[in-house]
Design a protein around this ligand. Structure first.
Ligand code: DAH
Length: 339
């Protein structure tokens, strides 16, 4: 038996295979139920106890050797296969991981597309602004709290240079050098001096819309809002306006949409009211038109402004504002395929 084992060891050590089929044939020949090594083990099992003690280790070694040798052959072949593939110049390139569009870009583009269909065109203005365009031209009183250091990032005082706190500044920039009719949509980033938390951030994004022409009425505003809400949130969406106050509009309102989570019945998202607030709006205050060189006796207009993050929260249920600017790919990957 010792001689047999020695022969088998030499045989196994010399095994070679050219492909996976040959490896499999070797496995069957040596290690399957009817294989050579299995037969040896069977033979060993029938030996008297003292012979078992003498040969046990050697027989076990043969089994291990055969298993390892065959596994090694299999691995070396698959390594060769990998190299072959790498050298195959006709293969298409390794899959390129596509990036995703940022949820705020998705929402901004959607808002713009809706207003475009109504004939609005994009207008942009600077993020670093002066007091006139952000506050004074928009009818903010000299002592209005929004000018306060706590809300506004000032870069310079007297003359005041500051980071715009809203995109309404683009309204006055456009009005001061454009003859009505004016129909613009102004997307952009705005800044406020807020402690960063899940619900507030020191920068965020807004979209402003302004329509100035002869005979623009509140009914035009209402129709526009209705259209926007249904395009953005679905045909079943209802809107409601609540009276409000903004220095640059009179009358002013805030618009709510019916909560699409609970269908208006009331849930934790809408705090049981069935409504969620999404934007501010109103008829452009005659003082604003006048400040921008437009005759309020001839022209009227409406304006509205909304937070892009707010709309994105409603659409995608992102409940921590900080996620939008952290650029964590695990978050961004959730928008794969959205466009
Ligand atoms: N500028 C306002 C804000 O930042 C939003 C706003 C409200 C814009 C009413 C408007 C408007 O044009 O008419 O909160």
């Amino acid at each position: 038996m010792l001689q047999k084992i020695a022969n088998l060891r030499a045989e196994i050590e010399g095994l070679t295979a050219a492909n996976a089929d040959e490896v499999e044939a070797l496995r069957i020949k040596y290690l399957s139920k009817k294989g050579v090594v299995t037969a040896l083990l069977k033979e060993f099992g029938e030996l008297p106890a003292d012979r078992k003690r003498e040969l046990g280790r050697t027989v076990n070694e043969i089994k291990t050797l055969a298993t390892e040798r065959i596994n090694a052959l299999r691995e070396s072949l698959s390594a060769v296969a990998d190299t072959d593939v790498a050298d195959d110049l006709t293969r298409s390139a390794a899959p390129v991981r596509l990036g995703t569009r940022h949820p705020l870009s998705l929402v901004r583009e959607e808002i713009i597309a809706i207003f475009r269909r109504l004939g609005f065109t994009i207008a942009e203005g600077p993020e670093i602004e002066d007091d006139w365009h952000v506050f004074s031209s928009l009818n903010f009183a000299a002592d209005h709290p929004a000018r306060d250091m706590q809300d506004t990032f000032f870069i310079n005082r007297m003359p005041d240079v500051l980071l715009r706190t809203h995109t309404s500044s683009v309204q006055s920039r456009v009005m001061e050098h454009t003859e009505p009719p004016i129909r613009i949509i102004c997307p952009g980033r705005v800044y406020r001096n807020e402690a960063v938390s899940a619900r507030a951030h020191c920068f965020f994004h807004q979209v402003e819309a302004l329509y100035v022409d002869k005979n623009v009425t509140f009914a035009d505003l209402l129709q526009t809002l209705q259209y926007f809400a249904q395009e953005m949130f679905g045909n079943d969406t209802r809107i409601r306006l609540r009276p409000s106050y903004f220095p640059f509009t009179e009358p002013s309102a805030e618009m709510d949409i019916s909560c699409d989570l609970c269908g208006g019945k009331g849930c934790s998202f809408c705090k049981g009211t069935g409504w969620v607030e999404i934007l501010g709006c109103g008829m452009v205050d005659p003082n604003v038109l006048r400040a921008c060189g437009i005759d309020p006796e001839v022209y009227t207009g409406f304006a509205l402004g909304m937070g892009v993050e707010r709309i994105a929260n409603l659409k995608y249920r992102v409940n921590d504002l900080r996620l939008f600017s952290e650029n964590d790919v695990r978050f961004l990957d959730e928008f794969v395929g959205s466009h």
